[in-house]
Design a protein around this ligand. Structure first.
Ligand code: HMG
Ligand code: MG
Length: 286
């Protein structure tokens, strides 16, 4: 390949908005996704099919999926914690689904109300259904270096859960520094452990910028061979079950950083700026 390509997976409509205290209008969510679709993404994570009691902001997932204007060449993804979520996501036209596990037991309990082992059993039928229907399946590991409840997470704990998700058939595993406390050293040690078992081409970095280290962590991951990163226009983001989890790293910053580092993302910077401005307006409008 002539250029070294990096894939940016846009997560603002899901990870970005899920943490907003104010309920964002469905029409504004659709507008955000449509602005993003214009930027040239291969993948946009649109919403999640989770319990509206747990995450009220995502209760309009079917309406958002129904309202977006789909671009040829873009896959529209959704989080699906269980079979109920999977069926609803497919009915709503999701092109890809993601299951989400945690490297820490406490975060697993707080976020999806079950142990890590139980979550894998809950994901198994989702993975089988995705396989049978030829729906790409992505996996997340949260708290890959640190957990808001359990503290520092051993690299081997993250590697073990990543392996479990790979065994379920995930084509890519996104490694989440959920609370953005990872230092480049800790991220490097975590990646070394995960890469002992899983190829870099199957991994993505998902960094929250709570401590301002997200770009440094992306640099470390690039060194380790990763070529896919999740980010959120306008730096929107957080997780309602991870106190202190500030915004995801801003797509605009990630894209500029990658360009300066000699990588090609295929995204249109002017259109990214426009989507980011709209995303920020949604946060302020509360
Ligand atoms: P539960 O209470 O153990 O499960 O929740 P349940 O089966 O007993 O269901 C509870 C209620 O939810 C029931 O309704 C179900 O019908 C309903 P009720 O009878 O009480 O009225 N329900 C659903 N409704 C809609 N869609 C569904 C669904 N499933 C059950 N799919 C459950 C277990 C997993 C459902 C719950 O804990 C949940 O929804 N958790 C989601 C939490 C979440 O979305 N967190 C944010 C995403 S993870 C994240 O942000 C991290 C990430 O960005 C990476 C990183 O940064 O590290 C990915
Ligand atoms: Mg996240």
């Amino acid at each position: 390949e002539e250029f070294d390509r990096v894939t940016i997976v846009e997560v603002a409509p899901r990870d970005g908005l899920q943490n907003e205290a104010r309920l964002v209008d469905t029409a504004d969510k659709i507008r955000l996704v449509d602005l993003l679709s214009d930027c040239g993404y291969e993948r946009i994570e649109v919403t999640s099919f989770v319990s509206p009691r747990w995450v009220p902001q995502m209760a309009d997932a079917p309406a958002v999926m129904a309202g977006i204007a789909r671009h040829f060449g873009t896959r529209y993804a959704a989080l699906t914690p269980n079979m109920r979520g999977f069926e609803a996501a497919i009915a709503a036209g999701a092109d890809e689904v993601a299951i989400f596990a945690s490297a820490s037991e406490s975060f697993s309990q707080k976020n999806i109300n079950c142990s890590i082992a139980e979550s894998i059993e809950r994901f198994r039928p989702v993975a089988e259904a995705a396989h049978n229907r030829r729906v790409p399946l992505r996996g997340y590991v949260s708290c890959v270096v640190e957990c808001p409840y359990d503290g520092v997470i051993a690299p081997q704990a993250t590697a073990r859960v990543a392996r479990l998700l790979a065994d379920l058939g995930c084509y890519e595993i996104s490694l989440g520094d959920t609370i953005g406390r990872g230092t480049p050293e800790a991220v490097d040690a975590m990646l070394a452990a995960v890469l002992g078992d899983i190829a870099a081409t199957k991994l993505a970095g998902h960094f929250h910028d709570t401590s301002g280290r997200a770009l440094d962590n992306i640099a470390v991951a690039l060194e380790r061979g990763l070529r896919a990163f999740d980010s959120s226009v306008g730096g929107l983001g957080g997780c309602p079950y991870a106190p202190g989890a500030a915004g995801n790293v801003d797509t605009v910053a990630v894209n500029a950083f990658l360009r300066e580092s000699g990588f090609v993302t295929g995204l249109d910077e002017d259109k990214l700026e426009r989507a980011a401005a709209f995303a920020r307006s949604l946060r302020r409008a509360g």
